[in-house]
Design a binder for this molecule. Sequence first.
Ligand code: FAD
Length: 503
Amino acid sequence: MKGPNGLGKPVRRVVIAGGGTAGWMAAACIAKVLGKRLDIKLVESDEIGTVGVGEATIPTLLNFHHLLEINEQEFMAETKATFKLGISFENWRNVNEDYIHSFGLTGTDHWTAGFQHFWHKGRERGLAGDYGDYCLELRAAQENKFAHLPQNGRNFGMNYAYHLDASAYARYLRRFSERFGVERVEGKIVDVTASALTGHIRSITLDSGVDIEGDLFIDCTGFRGLLIGQALGVEYEDWSEWLFNDSAAALQTASVGDAIPLTRSIAHPFGWQWRIPLQHRVGNGIVFSSRYVAEDEAIQALLGNVEGEALMKPRVIKFTPGQRKQVWKGNVVAVGLSSGFLEPIESTSIHLIQRSIIRLMQMFPTNGIAQTDIDEFNRQAAMEVEHIRDFIILHYKVNNRIDAPYWMDARNMAVPKSLQHRIDLFRETGRVFRIPNELFAENSWIQVMLGQGIMPLRHHQTADLMGDEELSHFLGGIKGQVDRTVAGLPPHQAYVERYCAAP
Ligand code: FAD
């Protein structure tokens, strides 16, 4: 029912269904930013538990923590976190061929042509090293080093993210949220009551018989999508024609050496395997397509390729790659796995959680829910995830592997036009343009396109204006600065130990 302002009723009672990473991130942010005006309850079920994975992040998480005024040392100590400078892609382009997609810039910003054009000219003239030689984060990762480097008085001189213990992170955010007034309710949601008139959800019922009423519901129930899918019937768009993986097996092992500041992503003939080094253990898992391999075989491949003693039995997780057709419907906003999931490569899911929460803050329906806000929210969410989808498909589409049908089929598949255009443009001209508001910047696209095996045919004419001596001086200057900085960095493991010892 609409009020005199054309809106629904004011929102005072927020109910968050589910307490995984999504639920507690939502609770923490809403409570910190708007807590004084709202009554916030979070319902979770210890019996059901969380998906228990999602331990690699990207640098945008620092912005989220900045907003929450989280103390980094305390957060890292409590979540047993390490620093992450990028992802090592092993056997992806071809068996025994590796590359790193790192955070940060490669080379310098140039106003007419990107650094890749100068590097490309340098390669042709025999004056340039590997593309990664000009990236501080990549070189530091290769040397297993890390430090916070000051830039403009802030600690963002080196672009980094974290590897973190997902369960410890949820616990950490729970304590944070409770300090800001969030009430946690333990129990299993067994029923949902909606208004026959508006279709809005009125309350959820727990197995204890307790009803919890709300004005706005945030569905963080994971793959179940209890409110958005089961109660409101919002359909799911299936993207498995481009993203073949639909299963994973996760396994935690004891650490056997120093934690490296890289997520390792090791390709197999039917998928890929992750290794995420934390302070106290290593997170491992294998992501695969059930169309190409039997579950047992995938698990054996995982077990045969971990270091350190297994701390649990492998846990299988099934998923459908894709996205809800609407992530906000009526008075339900889906955040996290309930809204969709592509696959773990490139660690974008926690980022998307954070983006949904920030977007909700920007459009928070304090004075009532407006359909225009819902439409805009859904439009932005769809666009954002489609860009990420294209970037992820790129990793599969462009490969030179001839050893397995999985990789050959990926190479031969038709991809979205938006992606095909970017691949063609880069191959022919070396040009890449970031679409406004898309997550991955030019340097990410370039690193992955080069890494997966596309070498542009040409470079921008600006690079030709430089003679060999000038170009050599230009490239050498950048490389020299990167090398000197890396030489002065401490080992990553020692830095983490020192940093987390004194929160
Ligand atoms: P969940 O963790 O599943 O939480 C759901 C919550 O809802 C739980 O608290 C549960 O108890 C509750 N719940 C469900 N049903 C009920 C009910 N009936 N009653 C009461 N409570 C209920 N993301 C990254 O960013 N980086 C990664 O490296 C990464 N790796 C991944 C690897 C795999 C194999 C998978 C599958 C995902 C990965 N993700 C990753 C995604 C990431 O795990 C999720 O985005 C993140 O954990 C958030 O999950 P969630 O909170 O939406 O769901």
